[in-house]
Design a protein. Structure first.
Length: 401
């Protein structure tokens, strides 16, 4: 049949193009589904599951979850149609895994990236990287902010992940994506982000009436290692993760501590949380030497006597270190005992920073003690008013109106 005859058959209705296209699409779909070697099953929660090949995983496969069987089959079809193409899914996992393998990120950061990807990007994972442009990125980010009511921090994490993927695509010569232009074109303002109602600033530090009560309680109950941890947090401004993994080798003397590491945690594929020692602090500035008041030089000996056979100051009794949730939970417990609003270990750090600022301590010393890069971080995020009502009244009563 010539092209002219074929066109005549189509125009006259002898050949139904729509029906042929539909049959072709169905045959193609069945062909792709026939390539799938894994079971498709319905879970007890009503969702449908299957596995797709994934050489980046230890078991060489990753699980897919959708609300309906058709949606699972759609993912399968998309996967086999794009199996030889460089998809967003492939790009993300290569980028994320390569950073982990090179030691550029920790296992906890790798896990966090996976969570961000699964939350925001996985449903678009079948899209070819070659088809991505700056407009798609701009519209995607704006849609995520409004549809998922993102807080600004969550948005910045997603934006950072996309930037990393685009840079990896550029290095691998897959495609150069103008992500800088995409970010510049974003039509977002601060009011567009979800705002979590913040705690009263006064409950983010121990005030001048509460702090003596807490200190007295801790100093009278140092037989409990958790109280020692709380006391050390309050008199040093250390981060909770830094205290958890503190080792006796870190003490230069009973009043000087070298901070070089912190606690890190991540979830494995089964959802189990693992705790490890990260060989560097939270930030580069976190590598520092911290001094504690001389009157608390007995803390080192208390720790040494309690964990004589361990390298960790806060030993968990199994040769490891006490985990952050143990100290955090105990913080709440002590506040309950003293009938005070609950505070966290980070509130102890805020209390310490506030005390230094209130006493007009040299700013460079404050920055060094806390491991900040500059004093503005301390003032903007750590300083809170510790004064009670009577102290505030003295101030306003002395004003000459």
């Amino acid at each position: 049949m010539t092209d002219k005859e074929l066109q005549f058959a189509i125009d006259s209705g002898i050949i139904d193009v729509a029906t042929i296209q539909e049959q072709f699409d169905m045959a193609k779909r069945e062909e792709n589904l026939s390539k799938h070697k894994y079971e498709i099953w319905k879970g007890k929660n009503g969702c449908w599951y299957t596995n797709l090949p994934d050489n980046t995983k230890p078991n060489k496969r990753r699980q897919i979850k959708r609300k309906t069987k058709k949606e699972v089959e759609d993912v399968i079809v998309d996967y086999y149609e794009n199996i030889d193409k460089y998809t967003i899914d492939r790009l993300f996992h290569e980028w994320n895994d390569s950073r982990l393998n090179k030691g550029k990120i920790t296992q906890s950061t790798h896990t966090r990236n996976n969570t961000i990807y699964n939350t925001h990007l996985s449903k678009h994972g079948y899209i070819r990287v070659e088809d991505v442009d700056s407009l798609m990125i701009t519209e995607f980010l704006e849609n995520e902010v409004f549809s998922k009511h993102l807080k600004k921090k969550a948005f910045l994490n997603l934006k950072g992940l996309i930037k990393g993927m685009c840079l990896y695509a550029r290095r691998k010569r897959i495609k150069i994506i103008d992500f800088e232009g995409a970010f510049l074109d974003l039509d977002l303002a601060d009011k567009d982000f979800d705002r979590t109602e913040k705690r009263n600033w006064q409950t983010q530090v121990f005030n001048e009436e509460e702090l003596p009560l807490v200190m007295e309680y801790l100093e009278k109950n140092l037989y409990d290692i958790r109280n020692v941890a709380m006391l050390l947090l309050l008199i040093s401004g250390l981060r909770i993760g830094e205290v958890c993994v503190l080792q006796f080798d870190d003490w230069e003397n009973p009043v000087t501590i070298n901070i070089t590491k912190t606690e890190t945690k991540y979830k494995d594929s089964k959802g189990k949380v693992h705790y490890e020692v990260k060989p560097t602090p939270k930030t580069y500035a976190g590598i520092r030497q911290v001094v504690i008041p001389s009157k608390y030089n007995y803390i080192y000996n208390i720790l040494r006597n309690k964990a004589a056979d361990s390298k960790f100051c806060f030993d968990d009794g199994k040769g490891g270190f006490i985990h952050d949730y143990v100290i955090r939970t105990w913080f709440y417990r002590v506040c309950d005992i003293l009938d005070l609003p609950r505070r966290s270990p980070h509130d102890a750090r805020r209390t310490y920073a506030t005390m230094l600022l209130n006493n007009n301590v040299n700013e460079m010393f404050i920055v060094d003690q806390l491991g900040h890069t500059n004093i503005s971080t301390t003032k903007n995020y750590y300083y809170r008013d510790m004064r009670n009502v009577s102290s505030k009244l003295k101030i306003v009563d002395n004003l000459d109106f």
